[in-house]
Design a protein around this ligand. Sequence first.
Ligand SMILES: C[S@@+](CC[C@H](N)C(=O)[O-])C[C@H]1O[C@@H](n2cnc3c(N)ncnc32)[C@H](O)[C@@H]1O
Length: 242
Amino acid sequence: MTDQVQRDARAWFADWANEYDTTLGKVRRHHAMLDLVVSRSGVRDGDTVLDIGCGTGLLSLKFLEQADCSIMAIDSSEKMLGIFQEKIEQCHLSHRIHCEECSAEEMAFPPQHFDIVASTVALHHVKEKGPVMLKGYDALKEGGRFVLGDMDLDTTGDLDDPRRLLRILEFLEKELALAMEDGGIPAFERMYDNGKKHILNDGEYCIGFEQWEQLCKDAGFLQVEVTPVEGFEWFKVLVAWK
Ligand SMILES: C[S@@+](CC[C@H](N)C(=O)[O-])C[C@H]1O[C@@H](n2cnc3c(N)ncnc32)[C@H](O)[C@@H]1O
């Protein structure tokens, strides 16, 4: 990632952080995806979990509701982490969750360290995904799982290609209606802004799940399964086994 793109992304998330839980955090589709990530991960008591791009901690907290595990949560936004840290302190969970300001690109964990490496709607911000997938693979124990929840949307191509624009608009139609229904105008406005960012491709690089699947295989994962989020099939969850 160039320094400028990284700065733009950080400013974007710093601006969103205070409203994250009252906008995307209100959308049923988001919680359905997070729940599916946790159930597909097969998390068990005693597992160690890495949450990449943890944001305000919605995914990490769901892992802890499911199992008595320990979580390493990283994010490149200080503001997002600040909100998560407040929740950790309020819920007396600092013995279970450790947060660090770190980008996916810069993460450096010992090999074979985690049972689960998970990430939700964060890795599409990474431009060079291959090296990050390799890091995730290396950080997993044998038999460990990489679990990804994200939109199934390919935003690659020329910005002035009308077919690309239509692909994105078709996706947004469902997303924006749902945001309005679940979170009212504030959620709609946020998601509309996100959509414009995807269309303008300002530092975003979403890919479809066939491409994610290929990236997993290229990184060395043996088996990969993709499950649509029930009722919200434009989002999917991928599990890759090491
Ligand atoms: C849409 S939020 C998702 C937060 C959380 N995973 C969830 O599902 O609610 C995306 C998060 O990814 C973080 N992020 C974006 N690019 C990142 C990168 N390259 N490395 C680490 N975190 C990143 C942002 O700061 C933001 O907190």
